[in-house]
Design a binder for this molecule. Structure first.
Ligand code: SIN
Length: 302
């Protein structure tokens, strides 16, 4: 029997649940030499801010067992450039709904970027990143308090014309209370988890490997933490959740969905293997067959 991989997020139908995670896929261009990216369910583009950002000083990547640290610092060309240059170029290579990942340093920043991106035709979902661990005075600062998370959610909901998904940080004591605060403030969905705050030390230099000292850990090492948090959050909220964190295989996608995720983002795996998302999508029917699953959307939270 032909397997049905389709899923629906807030009324947006995706051919399959596999979405490259923001910051690991740029605006799609770098991956087109490797495969036709139209196989993807969607893609979440690089976190975009009101103004262009150069990002953090280098080194800003450190390899780790079972993953990597990044401290990119939201390098991006700014919302106007994204609208004028990146999105038209993306539209010429990718013909499906996209997710706009948006960051900021104040409520006004988020509102401005949402007002600009919500009208972009191809943008189907606005993913509001309140969980970047690599910047000061913004990013994760909004995602570690219920009040701040709710304030951002309510403010962007007032101007958004597309579904709003809030991207949550794992660097909190109680992710469920943050998730509930976002739901109560009107979020249409949630994305989780962003990276875990980590650090490496260069033994010869006796200095941190990263110029910014700390960074976000991602990769297969975080997968069990991500599954646990997705399971906890989906047990507590009614809105859909996009699960992510160390997803590397088709079986990981199915495991995330059994934890309650409606769709799944793939991040660090794209940096190890540029065809990771395609490989996962192509492997899904075979894994579904082994598990007697005909439709991915039939998967129930365990
Ligand atoms: C970064 O650009 O520093 C990473 C973005 C994030 O972790 O949210």
């Amino acid at each position: 029997m032909v397997k049905d991989l389709s899923v629906t997020l807030s009324g947006v139908r995706l051919d399959n649940p596999v979405i490259p995670a923001s910051g690991t896929f740029g605006f799609g261009q770098e991956f087109t030499p490797y495969y036709d990216i139209n196989i993807l369910g969607s893609l979440s583009f690089k976190g975009t801010t009101r103004e262009a950002r150069f990002g953090n000083p280098t080194p800003r990547i450190a390899e780790c067992p079972a993953g990597m640290l990044n401290s990119v610092g939201l390098q991006n060309p700014g919302v106007e450039h994204v609208l004028q240059d990146e999105l038209p170029r993306l539209r010429s290579i990718f013909h499906k709904p996209i997710i706009a990942n948006i960051s900021g340093f104040s409520v006004e920043d988020y509102v401005y970027a949402v007002e600009r991106l919500t009208e972009a035709e191809q943008v189907a979902i606005l993913e509001i990143n309140i969980s970047c661990p690599n910047v000061h005075g913004g990013g994760m600062a909004f995602g570690t308090s219920c009040e701040a998370a709710a304030a951002i959610t309510a403010a962007v909901k007032k101007v958004a014309t597309k579904p709003v998904y809030i991207k949550l940080s794992p660097n909190v004591t109680d992710i469920v209370s943050i998730a509930r605060a976002c739901e109560d403030a009107g979020a249409d969905g949630l994305s989780l988890i962003n990276t875990l705050l980590g650090m490496r030390i260069d033994l010869q230099r006796r200095r941190p490997v990263l110029a910014n000292v700390m960074g976000g850990y991602s990769g297969p090492g975080v997968f069990p933490v991500a599954v646990r948090m997705v399971y906890q959050v989906t047990g507590a909220v009614k809105i859909p959740v996009i699960g992510m964190g160390g997803v590397t295989t088709a079986r990981d996608v199915i495991e995330m969905m059994m934890a309650g995720a409606r769709a799944v983002q793939v991040g660090a795996a794209n940096l190890v293997n540029p065809t990771a998302c395609r490989d996962i999508i192509e492997a899904l029917p075979g894994e579904m067959e082994k598990l007697h699953i005909d439709r991915l959307s039939d998967i129930q939270r365990i």
